[in-house]
Design a protein around this ligand. Structure first.
Ligand SMILES: [Ca+2]
Ligand SMILES: [Ca+2]
Ligand SMILES: [Ca+2]
Ligand SMILES: [Ca+2]
Length: 371
């Protein structure tokens, strides 16, 4: 009797095709959050290596206790408490402002911009306080805007952005205000809108992105990009978002064509603008956005901090996104700089840190399967 235990070539092809179709795509995944205490009312987070051990650390601006808490990374995804330093603010940015190779911190409150120069061991020298103008700032960023190789500080303010010029020693001098044209109103509700410093157009120079409103139009919510080095007038991009406040704007190449795209978090939705145009809502609003390739497939994804979770919108690489994967993060009520990414365990996958209610931060380690 003839054996029928061996599949025919045709059956083999079919089995192989079945096996290929069953292979799972990259699956985005995070470990349950680990939490760490901070000062009072943490409002903003920044990632940098403050003690120079090659492992990423966290700095937390505590608006309630006028302090910056440092959490030193152990390199395995866990953190140990560092010291707290006197500096007020609800926004924070990092950079080496005095060129000594050590990361420094800038915070801003409603009336001051404050600089903590890093000692290089995870501690900071006593703060320098700079009085801000009546117009703000409400959030700060760091970048070399004067093109002299020295990082400067930029702040969002009523009616425009403020540039604080750094002569090279970390002092902030020469405050310059870049007003937007009449007819535009800039959104800087404290605890809500923030500026983003990033290179939108790929010329190697840092640009500044903020949400604005053109009060002359029916659908007035626009993204304003101050392109370096010509800050004099921002370029405006309609978002079709009506009166929705633009809380945050980020940039990146979401459709993989090498040209810049943008995503904005409005008070109602997440809106993407492929090649800076054709605004399209892709999901409900949240508190904070962060672009990164979370599942490691080479396509840029978006993380959205919600009231209790982090939502990952996995990019398909063509400007579309898959239905969100949600991960418990813990509750937060503030909408400020509550979500940052960094590689906290050194495995090359972007991890997330976020602020929690009750004076804590949560760290979510990325354990996505490799595609
Ligand atoms: Ca470190
Ligand atoms: Ca420094
Ligand atoms: Ca991806
Ligand atoms: Ca990682």
């Amino acid at each position: 009797m003839r054996s029928t235990n061996y599949p025919s070539p045709l059956q083999l092809v079919g089995l192989l095709a079945l096996a290929a179709s069953c292979r799972l795509p990259a699956q985005v995944s995070f470990l349950p959050p680990a939490t760490y205490p901070t000062g009072q009312s943490p409002a903003a987070l920044a990632v940098a290596d403050f003690d120079g051990d090659g492992r990423q650390d966290l700095a937390v601006a505590n608006s309630g206790s006028c302090s910056v808490s440092v959490l030193l990374g152990n390199g395995d995804g866990t953190f140990r408490p560092g010291a707290d330093f006197l500096a007020c603010g609800f926004s924070i940015a990092v950079g080496d402002l005095n060129g000594d190779g050590r990361q420094d911190v800038v915070t801003c409150g409603r009336s001051t911009v404050e600089v903590l120069l890093g000692a290089g061991d995870g501690t900071f020298h006593p703060r320098a306080v700079y009085l801000a103008g009546d117009e703000g700032p409400y959030s700060v960023g760091v970048g070399d805007f004067t093109l002299d190789g020295i990082p400067d500080v930029v702040g969002s303010a009523d009616g425009g952005i403020v540039l604080y010029v750094n002569p090279g020693d970390g002092r902030l001098l020469g405050r310059q205000f870049y007003r937007v044209p009449l007819g535009y109103y800039f959104y800087y509700p404290p605890d809500l809108g923030t500026l983003t410093v990033t290179d939108v157009d790929g010329d190697g120079l840092p640009d500044v992105l903020v949400g604005a409103m053109d009060i002359r139009f029916v659908y007035p919510s626009v993204i304003a990009v101050f392109f370096s080095p010509a800050f004099d007038y921002p370029t405006l991009y309609p978002t079709d978002s009506g009166l929705d406040v633009l809380l945050q704007v980020v940039a990146g190449d979401f459709n993989g064509d090498g040209a810049p795209d943008m995503a904005t978090l409005t008070s109602a939705s997440v809106v993407v603008l492929m090649n800076l145009e054709n605004p399209m809502p892709i999901g409900p609003a949240g508190y904070r956005l962060h672009p990164a390739d979370f599942d490691g497939d080479g396509n840029l994804d978006l993380a959205v901090r919600d009231a209790d979770t982090v939502r990952i919108l996995v990019g398909n690489g063509d400007g579309t996104f898959r239905p969100p994967a949600q991960f418990a993060a813990g509750p937060v009520t503030s909408g400020d700089q509550t979500l940052v990414a960094g590689d906290f365990n050194g495995d090359g996958k972007p991890d997330l840190a976020t602020i929690l209610s009750g004076d804590r931060v949560a760290v979510l380690i990325n354990n996505s399967s490799t595609p």
